[in-house]
Design a protein around this ligand. Sequence first.
Ligand code: PMP
Length: 326
Amino acid sequence: MKGASTSSEPTRAKALWLNGKILPWEDGRVHLMTHTLHYGLGVFEGIRFYKRGDGRSAVFRLDDHIRRLFDSAHICLMQLPYSPEDVADACVEMVRANDMAEGYIRPIAYIAEGAMGLGATDNPIHVAVMVYPWGAYLGVDGLKHGIRAKISSFARHHVNSGMAKGKICGQYVNSILAKREAKLAKYDEAIMLDTDGYVAEASGENVFMVRDGVLRTPPLSSSVLGGITRATIIALSHEIGLPVIRQKFSRDELYTADEVFLTGTAAEITPVREVDDRRIGSGRPGQWTQRFQELFFEIVRGTDSKHMEWLRFTEAPASAAKASNA
Ligand code: PMP
């Protein structure tokens, strides 16, 4: 399948961007008194860029990711010392500087050293952008044949405890606990319920189910991240005429779904073939799941030109390349 690579590449590259400067990868270090390292208030993004059918690389939905980064910072009362355009440009610049055709972009904003009290409103905010290779997050086999998921014993944060609309560093402790529990129990991924017992999201993905020709996913008012892949699937479902409703559902509705799949920048569109040892549908990726995978990979890696607004090409314009060679 197009879109298949491994998730075991080392997460390192040549250069990174820190506070407006391009540095060698090895110089991307923080002080041990970095506030975010101790308490977790920081915000980040996960973005992918792909090599398309014509050989050019493009970042997928860069502006949407940057907007969410700034929304996350706003939720956290963090004032980033760069504009959204600066950070978006840094992402593209890092793809070029590392000479990578495909990979993952990780912008992060964190509270640097200074006061160690919790408020620390005067500590500087640092912003960094790293780019590194990252294959299929839940494995090539998972992407192709589907994964086995477990309902977590850890609930997603109540909407008034965690701020689910923010991609906030410390909130990932909840996800990591769920992920580790699932992995130790020999499942591939954890699906988390909200504090009322309804399905929320997976440790790093949104959840979709299909039953009787209707696509369902929890609403944004649930304790879920506003996934950019989720929004992509909703847009595509309108285009292919599959009715979609944003509605809470229970774990047994998942068990009895015709199809279940997870969406995320890292996981892309990963079919779920079992939940808590209950086979989903035929136990193989369903027709709609496969259709979404085909559409998605055709946009990011193929030649589909219906959604050029989602792609930011990373090649330097010919005139700039000429000037830099001069
Ligand atoms: N939920 C959580 C908790 C996540 O970490 C992610 C990954 N960013 C998602 C959902 C999916 O979001 P996106 O499609 O924007 O990557």
